[in-house]
Design a protein around this ligand. Structure first.
Ligand code: PHE
Length: 338
């Protein structure tokens, strides 16, 4: 009897190991342990065993039953986990599918604008905003630009009414700032400006400037030159030089045009700098006394400098863009290059 039982255990164990599905395993369980299963029949046959041996044989059969039940349970666990895994693999959703969508990036002009803002913010400047639709009061009168100045002619300025225009320069922001904050003032104000120019390779009716204004006690032209020189070195190359050329703006006195040594040829002369070795990037000067007093700031106590950078120009120099209209066209073939 003992031998028969151990043979059943051995045989059944081999079959359990070989089985690969929950269904087959359940069938095997019925076949061996079910109502008319081999072991069950042996248990039933116990009544024919003599009373003395019955408890011993009974224990052997029961132990065999427990052993096989455990083996089946263990295998069931393995198979169920495997079946669940297979199901999960089959029902998997590929959440990476959208990766193929093109990823956008900043327009080169905005990239340059942000880089310029970062530079001045690190130097302690605040960033201010001022309206694109402006009054002649802020855009001209308060900047010491008299009514008969050519900038106020309709061929230079977009007029909405006699007194409302599209701002022609971010300099209007200087006045709005000085009306609100008293010195010390260190601010920049980037934004769009408009002039009624016909679009060509060097002009667009809308372009971008960044105004800068510093007003405090003892500010001199050296501060202006130092600030702009650091800016040029940060933007172009560590050995970039700047030079001041005398100029005229009604709201600064003295006024200068500022050139940087050509980033492409290092000052030797090439077609980017038209053989001069220098490229003009901004207008600047010491804030006119009339402008300071117009804003309620005493010009005998305070002095200041102001500058207006052409952001489109800087972008064009850095990226070698030779037509001012192209960055406004939104042509994907152009934008993809940056
Ligand atoms: N607003 C001047 C322009 O548009 C530039 C400028 C700004 C000059 C500040 C001096 C000071 O050309």
């Amino acid at each position: 009897m003992e031998q028969k039982i151990s043979e059943i255990i051995q045989r059944t164990t081999l079959r359990i190991n070989a089985i690969n599905s929950v269904k087959e395993l359940n069938d095997l369980k019925v076949e061996v342990l079910g109502k008319s299963g081999e072991l069950t029949l042996i248990l039933r046959g116990l009544k024919d065993v003599n009373a003395q041996d019955r408890p011993i044989v009974g224990k052997i059969v029961n132990d065999a039953r427990v052993e096989l039940e455990n083996a089946i349970e263990a295998k069931l666990g393995v198979l169920e986990r495997k079946e669940l895994n297979d199901k999960l693999m089959k029902e998997k959703i590929d959440i990476t599918i959208d990766r193929k969508r093109p990823i956008g990036k900043l327009h080169p002009l905005n990239e340059i604008k942000r880089k310029a803002i970062d530079f001045f913010v690190c130097m302690g400047f605040i960033v201010t905003d001022s309206p694109e639709i402006e009054t002649t009061y802020y855009n001209f009168d308060m900047l010491n630009i008299p009514p008969d100045h050519p900038a106020r002619e309709p061929q230079d300025t977009f007029f909405v009414t006699d007194e409302i225009i599209l701002r022609t320069q971010t300099s209007a922001g200087q006045i709005r700032t000085m009306e609100k904050i008293k010195p010390p003032i260190k601010m920049i104000s980037p934004g769009r400006v408009f002039r009624s120019d016909e679009a060509d390779a060097t002009h667009t009716p809308c372009f971008h400037q960044m105004e800068g204004l510093v007003v405090d006690k003892g500010i001199t032209m050296c501060d202006l030159k130092g600030t702009l020189s650091s800016f040029a070195k940060h933007f172009f190359a560590a050995d970039t030089k700047i030079r001041f050329r005398p100029s005229h703006f009604p709201f600064t006195e003295p006024s200068v045009e500022v050139d940087v040594s050509c980033v492409h040829c290092g000052g030797k002369g090439c077609n980017v700098c038209k053989g001069t070795g220098w490229i003009e990037i901004l207008g600047a000067g010491m804030v006119n006394r009339k402008v300071l007093s117009g804003c309620g700031i005493d010009p005998d106590i305070y002095t200041g400098f102001a500058f207006g950078v052409g952001l489109d120009r800087i972008t064009a120099i850095i990226h070698g863009i030779n037509d001012a209209r192209v960055p406004f066209e939104g042509d994907i073939r152009f934008l993809k290059q940056f």
